[in-house]
Design a protein around this ligand. Structure first.
Ligand SMILES: Nc1nc2c(ncn2[C@@H]2O[C@H](COP(=O)(O)OP(=O)(O)OP(=O)(O)O)[C@@H](O)[C@H]2O)c(=O)[nH]1
Ligand SMILES: [Mg+2]
Length: 657
């Protein structure tokens, strides 16, 4: 088979994801048809399916201006449009961070968030939920020219007085030699971006399958919009850092690398980064032979690797511009020479298997939990029928007295269960009380108050030290809330464990141990934010004119992230509380059904309306049905395992099986 490019690999990955989704759907349908699920577990299964549906792969392109980020995106992803769609030109071009994605629920369009929204203290993330704040222009998907024209909006600027720029937290540099920052012109005006953020909704096949591309402006937007670094870059699966062969590694390239990409311990996902040495075509020289040129490129790669302190293999020399031309004009030789294919392979080798692993792990974990409770129900059904069979088989004759005794025993069992159920209802109210407390600790609204308080404290303390204290206090409150939630969830778990074991003891139900709720992942995320904040306080100098505004913007994005974490923690707690209750409820329901069935059948024998043999053969028939249920579930599970374990080469054989 030929070597796959990123486009083929990504298609194969989405095809695989579709298979995983389908097999889970099948599981859900079978389990439902066999009455092995309840409202909660169905909801959980649907959730797993919808997570697989909106599974996204984020790739961000980051660099100083004019290194060729936009051109590279055009070359890798958009050459099929037959032209350059993302604006790419000398000097500063992309003026606002631009997300390229596709959401079928919306018409193709470019949506732009005005720059003045920066003064509102509301994050981009939050604005995403307020469609009326964005200016929208439609895209005509049949006309690449119209698309290219509409995308030019991302290059737009406003000319304003410096005071206005400062109020928006945009940094003005007086140092002319400095590449980043805004400069004043001879009239004392500055050019600032017109837009704060752009979302391009475009039905490209890869975007449709969940790829999201983030093109960033070189114009120190990362510094100005901390949300990009804290949120979008931190959660990206891949970050591409671009350098240009004609400029080498400049001071400001290094600053971008150090501040936003190579953040050491802050980004544990070190493998999701690639360094691209673009514009190698400037080294193509007709007077030199191919070997000499390669040697020169290698030399630059080595030097770059040394400066950045990374492995040579992490650096990919390419020519984005030649690659785009070669792809559009179908020039194979030039395409090879552009070396873009090596980069595309590396990109997909790095991202797609990692993404598959994450999906596989999540599905395995979620489905194992689901499967345990389904199997418990089957086990219990089987045990119930078996008990019933041996009970009846023990009756050698229709001795009226024996049958009468049996009837009394089953009745007593049933009453016992009903009494336990009443107790269970009483526990339920304790349970509810405790869950309310848990929700309270994780309440995003409570966090809102803490955020507001911190913001106020920061406003009145303009020293680094004061800001540092406000931040430290803020993080302490966050940790406190998470700790309290953790303790509360342990209490709930213990309560439920007590209820479970009592039921097991008294009614011989299958042994289930409730799972726990862990705040570990949120703590890790908060820790990461805290580290970024510490770095921020340390590196933000007091010399900056607009430090107050910058700090505020920074805190806006920290708090937006915290808000997100609490929303997630809250939702997870909700799910956990459901999973902790539902196996218990499922078992009790099964137990009730069985007792009723036993009572019924003994009554019928008692009234001599049924013979013992009839009842026994009926029960054996029921038993076979239960075994068949187990087989069906096992069969789907095996299929799921096979799909999850398959590597790319096996895929077609599974798809056709
Ligand atoms: N020679 C050469 N020029 C390139 C290459 N890639 C991009 N360029 C040129 O470099 C300039 C900047 O390219 P852009 O794609 O706009 O760069 P960018 O990194 O997106 O820049 P900003 O949007 O300003 O941050 C344009 O004039 C491109 O034509 C390349 O591979 N070779
Ligand atoms: Mg650009």
């Amino acid at each position: 088979m030929t070597k796959h490019g990123i486009i083929d690999d990504f298609e194969a990955y989405s095809e695989w994801r579709k298979q995983v989704r389908n097999v889970i759907k099948k599981y859900r349908d079978v389990a439902k048809a066999e009455d092995l699920t309840n409202a909660n577990s169905e909801q959980r299964l649907n959730q797993i399916i919808s997570t697989l549906n909106d599974d996204k792969l984020y790739i961000a392109f980051v660099a100083e201006f004019s290194r060729g980020k936009s051109e590279l995106i055009n070359a890798i992803f958009f050459s099929t449009l037959g032209m350059r769609v993302l604006p790419s030109s000398a000097g500063r071009t992309t003026m606002c961070p631009s997300e390229l994605l596709y959401d079928r629920n919306y018409e193709p369009s470019i949506r732009l968030l005005p720059i003045d929204t920066r003064s509102s203290g509301t994050s981009i993330l939050e604005y995403k939920g307020m469609s009326e704040e964005w200016i929208e222009y439609p895209l005509d998907i049949d006309s690449p020219e119209q698309i290219a024209e509409a995308l030019k909006h991302i290059t737009e600027v406003n000319t304003v007085k410096p005071g206005h720029a400062e109020n928006l937290g945009l940094h003005i540099t007086s140092d002319e030699g400095h590449e980043d920052g805004l400069h004043m012109d001879e009239n004392g005006d500055v050019e600032i971006p017109r837009w704060r953020h752009a979302i391009i909704n475009f039905p490209h096949p890869l975007l449709d399958k969940g790829l999201v591309i983030l093109d960033t402006p070189g114009l120190n937007a990362l510094g100005a919009e901390p949300e990009l670094t804290l949120n979008m870059l931190a959660s990206a699966h891949g970050v591409m850092f671009i350098l240009a062969a004609d400029t080498g590694v400049t001071k400001s390239d290094l600053a971008v690398w150090r501040d936003h990409i190579n953040m050491g311990e802050l980004t544990s996902r070190a493998k999701g980064r690639l360094v691209i040495l673009n514009k190698i075509d400037v080294l193509w020289d007709d007077l030199r032979d191919q070997d000499e040129i390669s040697e020169e490129i290698n030399r630059q790669v080595k030097e770059t690797a040394k400066i950045l302190n990374v492995d040579d293999k992490m650096i990919f020399p390419v020519s984005a511009q030649k690659a785009l031309t070669a792809k559009i004009r179908h020039k194979n030789k030039m395409l090879n020479k552009s070396r873009i294919l090596e980069l595309e392979d590396a990109l997909s080798d790095m991202l797609i298997p990692a993404k598959r692993d994450i999906v596989t792990d999540n599905v395995k974990r979620d489905m194992a939990e689901m499967d345990r409770s389904v199997k418990l129900v089957i086990e219990q059904r089987l045990a119930g029928v078996d008990e019933h069979i041996s009970e009846l088989a023990g009756l050698s004759s229709k001795n009226a007295e024996v049958i009468e005794n049996m009837l009394l025993k089953v009745k007593a069992d049933k009453e016992h269960l009903e009494r336990s159920l009443q107790r269970f209802q009483a526990t339920r109210s304790i349970f509810t009380r405790q869950t309310v407390a848990l929700y309270q600790y994780l309440d995003p609204k409570v966090m809102e108050t803490t955020i507001a308080k911190t913001r106020k404290n920061m406003k009145i303390s303009f020293t680094s030290r004061g800001i540092k204290t406000a931040m430290t206090n803020f993080f302490s409150s966050v940790y406190e809330a998470l700790d309290a939630a953790s303790n509360q969830s342990n209490e709930i778990k213990e309560l439920m464990q007590g209820v479970y074991s009592k039921f097991q003891e008294e009614h011989g139900l299958v042994n289930i141990r409730p799972g726990g709720y862990s705040t570990r992942i949120y703590l890790r995320e908060v820790k990461r934010l805290e580290q970024s904040s510490e770095r921020f306080v340390k590196t933000t100098s007091l010399v900056m004119l607009d430090q107050g505004v910058i700090t505020e913007r920074f805190f806006d994005s920290v708090s937006a992230r915290i808000r997100q974490i609490f929303q997630k923690a809250n939702k997870d707690a909700d799910n956990w509380l459901k999973t902790i209750m539902s196996p218990m409820e499922a078992q009790i329901r099964e137990h009730q059904i069985q007792l009723r069935r036993r009572l019924e059948s003994i009554k019928r024998i008692h009234k001599a309306s049924d013979t013992l043999d009839d009842r026994l053969s009926e029960l054996k028939y029921v038993r076979d049905g239960i075994i068949e249920q187990g087989n069906k579930v096992r069969h789907i599970n095996r299929k799921m395992e096979k799909i999850l374990a398959a590597d790319e080469a096996d895929e077609e054989s599974i798809a056709s099986a």
